[in-house]
Design a protein around this ligand. Structure first.
Ligand code: ADP
Ligand code: ASP
Ligand code: MG
Length: 469
């Protein structure tokens, strides 16, 4: 069996955690599996890099940041491979060179004050390039040959900096050429998550939290038997356990449920993770590196058919609800098309759309950070309709959240919407908009952000998700 295993930031957050991740990889190899590892940056490192880039772009480059990053990673190398002088020297040299590059980029940025998405990727991708040599060294220290690999040589992407998309054929060719001979030799290669490169070799990132996606991309490229996502909770749960303490692990979910959950805010999986694995029907497991004997969650074609109705509740915050309204909108074709053209031109992602059947208003949610731009552009594009009175108002309500109830088998099950409204009514939570896709896999409700936590808990309780099914 060929297993691609991805370790998240907390799973490689310290020398002890890296040693443990190495043990998990080596244990699987010892059971006779071929193993390819994909690693995130150590916890908190990507945030530090992004903050450093933002500071540098205002002219403030603080060389202390480089020193702190070096100290943290070198201390890990000291602990993990201090007893093997050659390996230790090689790892420390790699850390030094990578941080040198980071410093040069930040220094240049502090002079030109222009933080382009391309430059932000070059800087923020450094964290994985520091973590991979450490995890690889820890695997070597356990007696298995391992080399770190920069995904810039393996994952070929578009030049959409900050949210690059893999080019499947090119990635497949490169990843197979490098990684398959390595696993054939019994090695455990360690690949940097989160990053890739354009066909010209310019570093890109797949978006925040994107190492999960890297795991799935590499898994698909290698035709892996399974993709394992090692994280810090016992799999995909009925809700975010830090928000709902009584949340339970879902032992099996379908690809579509996993994709829906991830898209609607379950941070445990990057929202694009499922697609590459799904295309090839590669099972994905979500496992807890802090509790490895727990079976976690398996993502498969059918999920668990014995569980009906709502399976999980998610939330996404920091959204704005944009409403375009006017009694004159009725029967005027093209307003909706025009509005969404504007949203697309501004590069904003629409998370939910709802239109009353009266056609007197249409509303949709976008990220708060996109809202000022989108609303301004809507006013410009719909100026004529506003002047003529077909549209009375274009309004943006900030600080809202989407709370979603998700499950494949909600379809055809009556009473789900009634339960949602009943639960919110009992808690005094005001519903600002509601949407249900025709797939009936998801009911999404917009509420004020301050009500989001209560809304998630209310739905979790109302659907009895704390009880074993
Ligand atoms: P990693 O660093 O391993 O990638 P993340 O922090 O990105 O880990 O994702 C794991 C976190 O996702 C959990 O600690 C948990 O707080 C959060 N989370 C949100 N929703 C869910 C859910 N439905 N099930 C499990 N975890 C969830
Ligand atoms: N290190 C990256 C981030 O923090 C990617 C990841 O961890 O998945 O966003
Ligand atoms: Mg993550």
């Amino acid at each position: 069996m060929l297993i691609v295993m991805k370790f998240g930031g907390t799973s490689v957050g310290s020398a002890e955690r890296i040693a443990h991740a190495a043990k998990l990889a080596v244990d699987s190899a010892e059971q006779g599996h071929q193993v390819v590892v994909v690693t995130s940056a150590m916890s908190g490192v990507t945030n530090t890099l992004v903050d450093a880039a933002r500071e540098a772009s205002t002219g403030n480059w603080d060389p202390q940041v480089r020193q702190q990053l070096f100290d943290r990673h070198k201390a890990v190398a000291d602990t993990l491979v201090g007893g093997s002088p050659q390996l230790h020297a090689a790892v420390v040299d790699t850390l030094w060179r990578r941080l040198d590059r980071f410093e040069k980029l930040c220094f240049g940025l502090s002079l030109v004050h222009d933080l382009t998405p391309r430059l932000l990727d070059a800087i923020s991708g450094t964290g994985e390039m520091l973590a991979a040599p450490l995890l690889s060294a820890a695997i070597n220290a356990r007696g298995r040959v391992s080399h770190p690999h920069d995904a810039t040589d393996l994952i070929v992407t578009t030049d959409h900096f900050g949210a690059a998309e893999p080019l499947a054929a090119e990635t497949r060719a490169k990843a197979r050429a490098v990684l398959l001979p390595a696993v054939e030799r019994g090695e455990i290669p360690v690949v940097t998550g989160f990053i890739g490169a354009t066909p010209d070799g310019v570093l890109t990132t797949l978006g925040r939290g994107g190492s999960d996606y890297s795991g799935s991309i590499i898994g698909a490229a290698l035709d892996a038997t399974e993709v394992w996502i090692w994280t810090d909770v016992d799999g995909v749960m009925t809700a975010n356990p830090s928000e709902v303490p009584e949340a339970r692990t879902l032992s099996e979910i379908s690809y579509s449920e996993a994709a829906e959950l991830a898209y609607y805010g379950a941070k445990v999986l990057h929202y694009k993770t499922i697609l590459p694995a799904f295309r090839q029907r590669i099972p994905v497991r979500i496992l807890n590196s802090f509790n490895p004997s727990h079976p976690g969650t398996r993502v498969s074609v059918d999920g668990d058919p014995s569980v009906g109705g709502v399976k999980a509740v998610t939330s996404i915050r920091k959204l704005t609800l944009v409403t375009i309204s006017g009694t004159g909108m009725q029967g005027i074709p093209g307003i909706v098309a025009k509005a969404f053209e504007v949203v697309a031109d501004e590069g904003a992602n629409v998370l939910m759309i709802s239109q009353a059947s009266s056609e007197n208003n249409i509303c949709f949610t976008i990220n708060e950070s996109d809202a000022p731009r989108v609303i301004k552009a809507l006013h410009t594009a719909l100026e004529m309709e506003l002047t003529r009175g077909h549209i009375e108002e274009i309004d943006g309500e900030a600080s809202v959240a989407i709370v979603a109830a998700i499950g494949d088998r909600m379809r055809g099950k009556p009473g789900i919407a009634a339960t949602v409204f009943g639960a919110f009514g009992a808690e005094g939570i005001n519903v600002m908009a509601i949407s249900q896709g025709s797939s009936e896999r998801n009911i999404s409700v917009v509420v004020a952000e301050r009500d989001a936590a209560a809304a998630v808990r209310a739905l979790h309780r109302a659907f009895g998700l704390e009880k074993a099914s």
